[in-house]
Design a protein around this ligand. Structure first.
Ligand SMILES: [Zn+2]
Length: 131
């Protein structure tokens, strides 16, 4: 099993998305996992769920659960679609809430820790800031 297959499985990224690259930045203590969907894949308006033509794409990054001692970040070029009814909208990705900079699994980890410790302690331990 190669690194892309490994991350594809442990992240549980659903089709049409797939892991296309895994990069380790030893000096920064980070792992970047690039995820993409083929240009032929149908993309849906996040409001009405209708399949819409793609307009453009924007790079977005999400902090994910650490891999061993390395901060792990998902990176994807997220398409924006042009819906006849709702205009230009960024599609929803299956691993994160609409405007979040964290994956859903990372948010669950933070919420679980907040039940046990103060906001400042959790922020310090997970190397995140309040905003
Ligand atoms: Zn729509």
């Amino acid at each position: 099993m190669n690194d892309k297959d490994l991350y594809q499985q442990i992240l549980g990224i659903p089709k049409p998305w797939s892991v296309t690259d895994v990069g380790l930045k030893l000096d920064g203590g980070k792992i970047e996992v690039r995820v993409s969907a083929p240009s032929s894949a149908d993309m849906h308006c996040p409001v009405c769920q209708k399949v819409c033509p793609r307009h453009d794409k924007r790079e977005r990054r999400w902090r994910h659960l650490d891999t061993c001692q390395y901060q792990t970040v998902l990176v994807a070029q997220v398409p924006r679609v042009k819906c006849e009814e709702h205009g230009i909208k960024q599609i929803n990705v299956p691993w994160a809430e609409e405007r979040s900079r964290f994956t859903a699994l990372f948010e669950i980890l933070v919420i679980d820790w907040l039940k046990e410790a103060s906001v400042s302690a959790v922020a310090r331990q997970l190397d995140i800031r309040w905003e």
